[in-house]
Design a protein around this ligand. Structure first.
Ligand SMILES: *Cc1c(COP(=O)(O)O)cnc(C)c1O
Length: 385
């Protein structure tokens, strides 16, 4: 049977045709002034989505490369750092810090739980020599979004800097680097940017961050942010030329919708999915779900891995499963980036059909009804169109 693939995963996310076509344009020499203009334009556009007057560097890597850059540039061997671990990506900060020889203090949470600001206060009080606090805006493995504004408020008054993994959160959830006082934030192209994988971004603002970067004794070369700062208006190494074309297109699209409306769209979509899922009698996994994705507990009646397989193979609907200890226990439906209301409805329709096919009898149409009502209600209030 004809099969149309729909990726409802939190990275890579669907890419609009206009962005895809940019990638098909002739590849320019990366020292061509025309390309350098595009790079400068992209950097300016990135500052607007990170909400900073600082620097935003463009790296040719996936999001983890930007995370490694943040660690290598701020952590020296033996430095005390605090990491927040409530899922796979918080764990990645801890693993990276250990790889760079940091003295790592972990704030450990049950996966699916969210960070309380008091936990950061306590950790900082117990570890006054802390150099860096590593946190996650949207913990993609569990669907939780953390209150970074409150954390920044606390870290601001210490000698430590705050580094935020905003790889899946940026553009989908509010993040105000300058207003809140976030020192460094990282992101990746294959999430809310609606781009293919391949670019990562590191935003750095303020004296406090640059002092740490200057002081780092860790080995760094390709990801040495001082080199990127020196060559800010061009690029120290070969730029990922066609991806930069695509980045400019994506930033233009976001700017014309306005970032505030993009945030709101993600909130409306995620709420509609939560309403739909709960109307089916299914349970949400996250204790405080964010607006990036919806993590759903797999009912005991069905095999979680088989469920994903049937959705993918029979309907072309690609959801993400659980990672590490959550494998087979949850599935995740993303509403990140280039996703519209009908994508959301078809994702939920797939859940209703496949669950019933596999013997979990959720009420057919009940989720869709709740989702449509949620959309109509928000439409009346927001007039988003
Ligand atoms: C996707 C993601 C990353 C980066 O993963 P890559 O596969 O290296 O792009 C990091 N943190 C979070 C929260 C993510 O969602």
């Amino acid at each position: 049977m004809l099969k149309k693939i729909r990726i409802m995963t939190p990275g890579p996310t669907p890419v609009p045709v206009d962005v895809l076509l940019e990638g098909a344009k002739e590849t320019l020499y990366h020292r061509n002034p025309e390309f350098e203009k595009m790079l400068a334009n992209a950097s300016e556009g990135l500052k607007k989505v990170f909400r900073t007057e600082g620097y935003v560097f463009i790296l040719a890597s996936s999001g983890t490369g930007a995370m490694e850059a943040a660690v290598a540039n701020t952590v020296s061997p033996g430095d005390k750092v605090i990491t927040v671990v409530g899922g796979k990506f918080g764990e990645r900060w801890a693993d990276l810090c250990k790889s760079y020889g940091a003295n790592t203090y972990e704030i450990d949470m049950e996966w699916g739980d969210y960070l309380r600001v008091e936990q950061v206060e306590k950790a900082l009080k117990e570890n006054p020599d802390t150099k860096v606090v590593f946190t996650t805006l949207s913990e993609t493995s569990t669907g939780v979004v953390n209150d970074i504004k409150a954390v920044a408020e606390v870290v601001k008054n210490t000698d430590a800097i705050l580094v935020v993994d905003a790889v899946s959160g940026l553009i989908a959830e509010p993040l105000e680097m300058d207003k809140w006082g976030v020192d460094i934030a990282v992101a990746g192209s294959q999430k809310a940017f609606m781009m293919p994988p391949g670019l990562a971004f590191v935003a750095v603002r303020g004296e406090k961050a640059w002092k740490r970067i200057e002081a780092s004794k860790s080995p760094r070369y390709y990801f040495d942010l001082r080199a990127y700062k020196k060559k800010y208006t061009d690029t120290p190494y070969t730029g990922a030329v066609n991806l930069v074309y695509q980045l400019n297109k994506s930033l233009t699209m976001i700017e014309s919708e306005t970032i505030e409306k993009v945030w709101k769209r993600h909130a409306i979509f995620a709420k509609a999915m939560r309403n739909g899922i709960q109307a089916l009698g299914l349970e949400l996994f996250a204790k405080k779900p964010g607006n990036v994705l919806t993590a759903v507990k797999i009912p005991t009646e069905i095999d979680g891995l088989e469920f994903l397989k049937v959705c993918r193979e029979k309907y072309g609907m690609v959801f993400s499963g659980g990672q590490s200890q959550l494998k087979g226990k949850i599935f995740r439906i993303s509403n990140l980036g280039y996703v519209d209301k009908l994508d959301m409805l078809s994702a939920l329709a797939t859940v209703e059909m496949v669950m019933n096919e596999m013997g979990k009898h959720v009420p057919i149409g009940a989720g869709l009804k709740a989702m449509e009502e949620s959309f109509l209600e928000d439409d009346k209030n927001e007039n988003l169109g």
